[in-house]
Design a protein around this ligand. Structure first.
Ligand code: PLP
Length: 343
């Protein structure tokens, strides 16, 4: 009996480099990046900085590191960060904002991951010795735990105005920012007018194996480079992996629309199934759904695994599928057919 290949919908981080990407990595010109001498890293950092309307960039191993460095470079201990209660920096970075930056955290509930200008205004601490000093607002686009929710840059520009009026920094976790851009048609440069810093991941929707880039103004990136060294993130011939990022920017941006179309197909199928209580609105490549009361996520995920489909748990009854470079139309058709048999 033929063994069905696994269809891995756990995350868009599971993709393997394509042949073309591997060739680009093999051929990349290299140097020691801690000395600032890796031409491929320098090219990647400058390219993303220019694209998003900033002066400089910093290549790091992970999106967690670019977020944590960005937050640390913008703040001082005893200050407070405003972020969404479902944000990655709060839920999935191990308490790093307290550990690395000694920050107090103001958690807000917002519309599908977005913190609005009014919410910021309502949550800035007044000058009072009892209260931490509000100093930064962090956003996430697309919002992972809100099912890949996408917001338009105009919303962030309004928040940025408030941040500037009150001396706050505005940071974006743009782990899947290229997914958001594919949906809204906003230009990357417009983001430079809405944030002080952005973390951009290459290893998610863009399909590179490793790497994220933090972009911002030159002084901020200079400080961030020092912090990266202290965090142990200074890499040497890192052009080997930066080349994958450059290749992804050239070859994997347009195709993101295919991932979104396939996520919609999953949404449609899931909505038609009696054992699904709710499907979060699908804007991009993430599909989160709630199982009916009597079905638990872990047992449903185990059942799917038996059918060769991998998914992850986002709560006792929440399951997440993610479409990406390594799942094609045939794979999604097969997942939809299987889902219909599991009723
Ligand atoms: C929204 C978001 N931000 C940040 C990260 C962190 O990226 P990394 O796994 O590279 O640390 C992730 C990872 O999935 C994410 O989904």
């Amino acid at each position: 009996m033929a063994i069905k290949p696994l269809i891995d919908l756990r995350s868009d981080t599971v993709t393997k480099p394509t042949e073309g990407m591997r060739r680009a990595m093999h051929n990349a010109p290299l140097g020691d990046d801690v000395f600032g001498e890796d031409p491929t890293v320098n090219a990647l950092e400058q390219r993303l900085a220019n694209m998003f309307g900033f002066e400089a960039g910093l290549f790091c191993p992970s999106g967690t590191m670019t977020n944590q460095i960005g937050i640390k470079a913008h703040t001082q201990p005893l200050q407070e960060i405003i972020c969404h209660r479902e944000s990655h920096i709060y839920c999935y970075e191990g308490g790093g904002m307290a550990f690395n930056s000694q920050l107090s955290t103001r958690l807000l509930t917002g519309n599908r991951g977005l913190i609005t200008a009014q919410q910021v205004l309502d949550n800035i601490n007044e000058e009072n010795v009892h209260k931490p000093i509000t100093s930064i607002v962090a956003q996430e686009n697309t919002s992972n735990r809100e099912g890949g929710a996408v917001h338009k840059v105009g919303e962030y520009q309004k928040v940025y105005e408030v941040c500037q009026q009150h001396g706050l920094k505005h940071h974006l976790d743009g782990a899947r920012l290229f997914n958001a851009l594919a949906v809204t048609g906003d230009t990357p440069a417009s983001y430079g007018k809405a944030f002080d810093s952005i973390s951009i991941c290459l290893s998610k929707g863009l399909g590179a194996p490793v790497g994220s880039v933090l972009v911002g103004n030159a002084d901020f990136i200079k400080l961030s480079r020092r912090i990266r060294k202290v965090f142990g993130g200074g890499m040497r011939q890192a052009g080997v992996i930066a080349a994958a990022g450059l290749y992804a920017l050239d070859n994997h941006v347009e195709r993101i629309a295919d991932d979104h179309r396939r996520a919609k197909q999953l949404e449609e199928t899931l909505k038609s199934l009696s054992y699904i209580a709710e499907v979060f609105p699908v804007d991009s490549n993430l599909v989160i759904f709630r199982l009916a009361e009597h079905v638990l996520a872990d047992s449903f995920i185990a059942k799917l695994k038996g059918e060769g489909i991998l998914a992850i748990n986002m709560g006792p009854q929440l399951v997440r599928f993610v479409t990406h470079l390594d799942v094609d139309d045939a794979a999604i058709d097969s997942v939809c057919a299987t889902l219909k048999t599991l009723a």
